[in-house]
Ligand binder design. Structure first.
Ligand SMILES: Cc1cc2nc3c(=O)[nH]c(=O)nc-3n(C[C@H](O)[C@H](O)[C@H](O)COP(=O)(O)OP(=O)(O)OC[C@H]3O[C@@H](n4cnc5c(N)ncnc54)[C@H](O)[C@@H]3O)c2cc1C
Length: 326
């Protein structure tokens, strides 16, 4: 492991100043559960690690008039056990409860989870100079690709690893970003990018920007929502396919729907076509099956992951069923 200096800024403005303009040289650290793995694996070799833990209030969860604000340093476990989140935005608590391991959830943070680097084994192996690391080849395209994408494949076959991104997008959350010019808010849906926008990054952050908080609006609270995923192991693993739904019901009629798929593409994908197919319809198993079948049309699986197509259909049907049974 290459040694590095540690900076401990006391403010977000100070942290932004230390970061500079080169992703490789200066990198942010929150819980460190992902970053330090990358450093040990020689995937990241920063000269300076900018530790966010000295900045006050980033661990706050604050109820506001418009919703709830979640600081970037809030630990995953604290958020999953937050009563307000469990009652009003349960899919978020469900998604976090299935994330990683209890130890990692006790150290890992909201900002770190949303900005974690992909788990593609070619990307994580220093011996492969893949296209995400500035090379010219995506080794997963013709290699061992059973855990990779089935949508938006081609340039880079990673799947976005964050569980909580899906429900947050389904709840129409905003990301607040600290930059040298001040703060701005963007829809979390627009925070994540596909490889054709920038193959080396997974989100819109520039080298000197920090995800400072997540804001979930009251308008998305208390709906019929659910996060459902499937994985090989109960713990210490990642999702094979996941779905988040948030539905506004009037009796059995679906008045509004949001559907987000995760672990099947390089970014979490909101599916407007599925939302339209659900809206104005009566809850039924037949409808859910139709939507699940629709969801996989247009998938472009790789040589070893077409099993994800059937899996995704099951995950969507179960997610919709659980959301409407609640
Ligand atoms: C065995 C294992 C299984 C796992 N399974 C899952 C799973 O099923 N689902 C899932 O979602 N995750 C999973 N994870 C990932 C885990 O959730 C992350 O490691 C953790 O959430 C990262 O949080 P952290 O605070 O430790 O991030 P760090 O390691 O500190 O940072 C991660 C990355 O984000 C950047 N970063 C951190 N904070 C910010 C910020 N505020 N603004 C901008 N950039 C920032 C860092 O520079 C770094 O690149 C798993 C991890 C392991 C090791």
């Amino acid at each position: 492991m290459k040694s590095f200096k540690m900076a401990m800024p006391k403010t977000l403005e100070g942290a932004v100043k230390v970061l500079g303009f080169d992703f490789e040289k200066r990198q942010l650290m929150a819980g460190g559960t992902d970053l330090l793995g990358c450093v040990k694996e020689h995937i990241a070799e920063p000269e300076v690690v900018v530790n966010l833990k000295g900045i006050p209030h980033l661990t706050d969860v604050v109820k506001t008039e418009t919703g709830v604000e979640i600081g970037a340093l809030v630990k995953l476990d604290d958020l999953a056990n937050n009563k307000e989140i469990q009652q009003r935005w349960p899919a978020l608590a469900q998604a976090i409860a299935q994330t990683a391991t209890p130890q990692i959830r006790n150290v890992g943070t909201v900002g770190g989870n949303l900005c974690q680097r992909p788990r593609c084994w070619y990307y994580r192996d220093e011996n492969y100079h893949c296209s995400k690391k500035g090379g010219s080849t995506c080794y997963a395209l013709e290699g061992e690709n059973e855990y990779h994408a089935i949508f938006e494949t081609g340039l880079c076959q990673i799947v976005h690893p964050s569980n909580m991104a899906g429900p947050l997008i389904a709840y129409d959350a905003l990301a607040e970003i600290q930059s040298p010019q001040g703060t701005r808010q963007v829809r979390l849906e627009k925070f994540f990018i596909s490889p054709d926008m920038n193959i080396e990054r997974e989100n819109i952050l520039k080298p000197n920007e920090i995800l400072s908080k997540i804001l979930i609006p009251n308008s998305s609270a208390n709906k019929n929502s659910c996060y459902y995923e499937t994985r090989e192991k109960q713990s210490f693993d990642w999702a094979l396919c996941g779905t988040s739904v948030s539905l506004k019901l009037n009796g059995k009629m679906i008045q509004e729907a949001r559907v987000v798929l995760n672990a099947i593409a390089p970014r979490p994908i909101r599916r407007l076509d599925l939302e339209a197919a659900l809206t104005g319809k009566k809850v039924s198993k037949r409808l859910f099956k139709k939507v699940a079948d629709m969801a996989v049309q247009g998938a472009t699986p790789l040589s070893k992951n077409s099993y994800k197509i059937e899996l995704l259909k099951v995950v969507i049907e179960r997610c919709l069923s659980e959301a409407t049974e609640a």
